[in-house]
Design a protein around this ligand. Structure first.
Ligand code: MG
Length: 255
């Protein structure tokens, strides 16, 4: 079911957006060669506690997970791109790290992700992250009342195709509200002018993610961590966006 939020409710969603943005910023600043993924999870845990926020991840247990997630953060490294379960791993020079974080504040959820390279970057990894960021910006620009859902998908997919990347349609963006995942599903490729009509009050997570040389994925035995089928690296960026009768509001914008 698609739920629309009133302007007052969108204002009430801002603290969650600001909090999630602050955690993503802190994680990206802490991520460095020699830092353990579990330290990143601990940092997010501490920030949740200090803010009186609630993790969306720790008890999350959909059918595809072998067990409840148990952490408050997704950390996906190199050929892992989505849903990476933090584990005892020390970041190495040149690692491509994607962090994905969602939390609830005052009963409203926000969801955001960012990819960074720790240490010495490879040019192709910086390029991949740049394409994902450009696709996110294009998707946000299309998130306007009167457009259709397909316009967002088309905008994201066009950036990917221009860069010679394939797009996986199994995982994409989603409605955000009282819970982390709601309708509608927001695919990262599609046809302009098709699908749900966008109306003020629709709040969605827009989250392009791309792999260097494939659109095929495989799951780790834990049921969570999603990797490229061919071992190539991936990038993932995400913002929670409110559609209004004017410009979209990026609730998880980092200053
Ligand atoms: Mg997310």
């Amino acid at each position: 079911m698609i739920e629309l939020r009133t302007p007052t409710q969108i204002e009430q969603m801002r603290p969650a957006g600001r909090f999630v943005a602050s955690v993503i910023k802190a994680l990206s600043e802490k991520a460095a060669v020699g830092v353990n993924l579990l330290e990143l999870d601990e940092l997010a845990h501490r920030m949740i506690k200090d803010a009186g926020a609630t993790s969306c991840y720790i008890d999350y247990h959909p059918s595809f997970g072998a067990m409840p997630f148990g952490k408050v953060l997704c950390t996906s490294v190199n050929d892992a791109v989505l849903h990476g379960l933090p584990f005892d791993y020390v970041l190495q020079d040149g690692d491509l790290l994607s962090v994905d974080f969602a939390a609830s504040v005052d009963g409203w959820v926000s969801d955001s992700a960012l990819s960074v390279v720790v240490g010495t970057p490879r040019d192709e990894d910086l390029r991949l992250i740049g394409v994902a960021q450009k696709a996110l910006d294009a998707g946000i620009a299309a998130a306007r009342s009167g457009n259709r859902l397909g316009d967002i998908s088309f905008a994201i997919g066009s950036v990917a195709h221009e860069a010679g990347l394939k797009v996986n349609l199994q995982f994409g963006g989603h409605g955000v509200g009282r819970t982390m995942h709601g309708d509608p599903h927001v695919p990262n490729d599609g046809q302009a002018g098709r699908g749900l009509k966008l109306r003020p009050g629709l709040v969605i997570a827009i989250e392009p993610w791309f792999l260097h040389t494939t659109d095929e994925i495989r799951f780790d035995p834990d049921g969570w961590t999603i990797r490229s089928a061919d071992g190539s690296r991936g990038a993932h960026v995400e913002h929670t966006v409110a559609i209004t009768d004017g410009d979209p509001i990026v609730l998880t914008a980092r200053d």
